[in-house]
Write a protein that binds this ligand. Sequence first.
Ligand code: TRP
Length: 333
Amino acid sequence: MEQQAAKKRILSGIQPTGTFTLGNYIGAVRNWSRMQDEYECLYMVANLHALTVRQDPAALRRQTRESAALLLACGIDPAKSIVFIQSQVPAHCELSWVLSCCTQFGELSRMTQFKDKSAKHPENINAGLFTYPCLMAADILVYNADLVPVGADQNQHLELARNVAQRFNNNYSPTFTLPEGYNPKTGARVRSLQEPAKKMSKSDTNANAYILLTDDADTVLRKLKRAVTDSEGAVRAAEDKPGVTNLMGIYSALTGKGLSAIEAEFAGQGYGVFKEAVAGAVIDALRPIQAEYARVLADKEYLDQVLAAGAAAAGRIAGRTLAKVYRKVGMLQ
Ligand code: TRP
């Protein structure tokens, strides 16, 4: 128990807007599962965040369960980590309100994701889209997380969380841990298979741009065969060969082979052979995940019980922070 207290705490979240991609796995979730022994980990399905974009209620409900099942299938062990659904811990929303009163309009206006998303959905620039970073700050600060593994696209939100935490601590008294970003050593950012300048994203309109963790072997092979490369025909990592470099990154992440070993392995061979090898590595990696995913999803009782226990454990920590915050800001006890 004493050793537990010495462990640093990690929190991260993923939105349940569709099945995870290979990019989510290599860049995030696989690393989350590797951190479980060294850190005290909380992993949540950020279903409240998903509401900033119009969702079909039945689909959102289903995808929330599926996302939780996928986390477990990717190796997150509920015996080691707290796995939960964001909306099942009400303290996130409660703290979010207090934090939104410590956040400036100007700060939120500078968030590039807000600007991008409001340009993309001009018909639905809702207040939640604007205050999204306050909810994300609450997600992190309510647990006093030390480390937050996030992709580069979330760095600005994390920075805002730090600023708001610091402001609260200064205005009242030391309350929140200032969270740090955490970028694991392994796990290159996986890029789109069609436009390697962009990251692989499940919200891409072109389904050939991403591989889903639930894609079957034929689909994986087909998508990889269609992946954009270049006309040189040599398996070599270089800045002006983003497509091939991306495939090499995927192959490297899944086989543990270094880039120069991969270059040597495919020297004198065309992209066809290489792409088949990458597909083989992906299919091998996905096989056990898909088997476990099917097993977890079929066992409704097990999943419900894991999520109920996760929400209870998270709720105990979050409730303590919220009570302290409410007291400090002058809410009646
Ligand atoms: N905003 C994150 C994303 O879209 C998901 C998220 C919500 C999150 N709350 C979080 C990530 C807290 C880290 C910590 O990817």
